[in-house]
Ligand binder design. Structure first.
Ligand code: SAH
Ligand code: SF4
Ligand code: F3S
Length: 435
């Protein structure tokens, strides 16, 4: 039997697509291996949101290129870089045998079984299909307790710095019926938690019934037996009161909200084409806290956007101080080909951008030290997913999406939601004892 390995860069959308491709290959008789060295087919799922993840693709592929001389190995590239670069992927790395953009994944099994290489498929026409490519639900997320489920793909927002709309196409929502079918298949196999995915889930609209995203959340909560429901990402401009209310009204909806701010200066937000001011963003976060007082807040930030002055960067730090996140993700601005922002002259050196990033992360570390202290001594409910790498405990996630290492429970706790007393707040995780 032939074996394949998929290595995934990028966001949860890519994790989801990788799993679906794995399902198609397994249905075609392939065996999955977690060891790339053992694979006959190595698939790299790629991200082009910043230059660094794009370059990682080529260094990863480069590592395996010499192996092709020793054994029959095919290397395929799928995902956002495949879409962005098309045939250029092979010009840059001739060891790559196949390039499949989003919407072309269903062609991977046939291409792998075929004899003509290289294959380059990055036609954007498929990006308007509701179901980008088919799924073999029975084979997805074997042995997992938690999985993502894409509810929409593409994005219509055109934030000036972002390449996603050009590689993933415009927004297309899946039908609620299909989403429910997928979740039902997963929960029938013991899956407990689902994260609904989209680049901007707030603009979800069921193509058959017109149900909006809040409606979809209620529908999923009503019609499935999931213990936990989460979603990413919402756009601050479209984050509404009814959606915030859902946190209070849907018991399965976990108290965690990821709402990317990107910057704290109104001038920069406007140049980014984000469609809100810092004050409006702060108001949305306050609304979420009002309706779900203990909610864990998270956000994304870009530092060093072209023309960002010291005062404008200070406004970002101020916003972070005001919101007091539990977690955040920050990135150095990376110009992306074809975007509006890429035409703006860069005003900061790499060292200056990095210095801002480090200052932001240091500020967040201090804030997190206090915001997360509220969990100390508290009883939290942990969905135990695996043994801890240290071996003497198990680990899982709390309702607030924090990773918790749990002692006083053994491997038999895997798959259960266990009450845990938090005894220690570590830098990125919590430690506790099963009660
Ligand atoms: N659709 C989601 C996520 C988009 S990509 C959203 O809008 O929130 C994830 C994050 O990558 C973004 O939130 C942004 O912070 C960052 N990002 C996107 N383009 C970038 C760029 N050109 N340079 C640096 N960071 C970028
Ligand atoms: Fe990119 Fe903006 Fe769409 Fe997010 S909302 S994917 S940042 S264009
Ligand atoms: Fe990256 Fe594509 Fe996701 S560019 S962030 S993998 S949508």
């Amino acid at each position: 039997m032939s074996r394949f390995h998929i290595h995934t860069f990028g966001c949860q959308m890519n994790e989801y697509d990788s799993e679906r491709v794995a399902g198609l290959l397994i249905a075609d008789g392939w065996e999955r291996t977690e060891t790339p060295e053992e694979a006959d087919l190595l698939i790299i799922n790629t991200c082009s949101v910043r230059e660094k993840p794009l370059q990682k693709v080529f260094s990863y592929a480069g590592r395996f290129a010499p192996e092709k001389k020793k054994r029959p190995l095919r290397i395929f590239v799928m995902g956002c870089v495949a879409q962005q670069l098309g045939a250029e992927v092979i010009e840059r790395a001739p060891a790559i045998d196949g390039v499949f953009g989003p919407g072309q994944e269903a062609q991977i099994p046939a291409a792998a079984a075929g004899e003509t290489f290289p294959v380059v498929l990055n036609n954007t026409a498929a990006l308007t299909d509701r179901e980008l490519f088919p799924a073999a639900y029975d084979t997805l997320w074997q042995g997992s307790l938690s999985a993502p489920v894409t509810v929409m793909h593409g994005c219509d927002n055109h934030c000036s710095y972002c390449i996603v709309p050009s590689v993933r196409g415009g927004e297309v929502s899946r039908s609620a019926a299909e989403i429910l079918r997928e979740i039902a298949a997963l929960s029938a196999r013991g899956l407990r938690e689902v994260t609904l995915l989209g680049q901007n889930v707030n603009s979800y609209r069921d193509p058959d019934e017109g149900l909006d995203f809040t409606g979809l959340l209620y529908r999923v909560a009503e019609r499935t037996t999931l213990d936990r429901l989460r979603f990413v990402t919402s756009h601050p401009r479209d984050f509404t009161r009814p959606l915030a209310e859902a946190f209070a009204r849907i018991p399965a909806l976990m108290p965690y909200l990821h709402l990317p701010a990107q910057a704290g200066s109104d001038r920069i937000l406007s140049l980014m084409n984000r469609g809100y001011t810092a004050a409006q963003y702060i108001e949305k976060m306050a609304m979420a806290r009002e309706l779900c007082p203990d909610i864990s807040l998270s956000g994304d930030f870009i530092v060093g956007f072209p023309g960002e002055t010291a005062e404008e960067f200070a406004a970002t730090l101020e916003l972070i101080e005001t919101v007091r996140y539990d977690t955040l993700f920050a990135f150095v601005y990376s110009p992306r080909p074809g975007t509006k922002a890429a035409k703006l002259a860069e005003t900061l050196s790499d060292a200056e951008k990095l210095e801002r990033l480090n200052r932001l992360l240091a500020a967040q570390k201090t804030i997190m030290g206090t915001t997360r202290r509220r969990f100390l001594g508290r009883e939290v409910r942990v969905l135990v997913e695996s043994r801890s790498p240290r071996g003497d405990s198990v680990m899982g996630r709390s309702e607030h999406n924090q990773i918790v290492h749990v002692s006083g429970a053994d491997i038999s706790a895997v798959g259960r939601i266990v009450p845990v007393r938090v005894t220690e707040i570590l830098e990125n995780t919590l430690r506790g004892i099963a009660i």
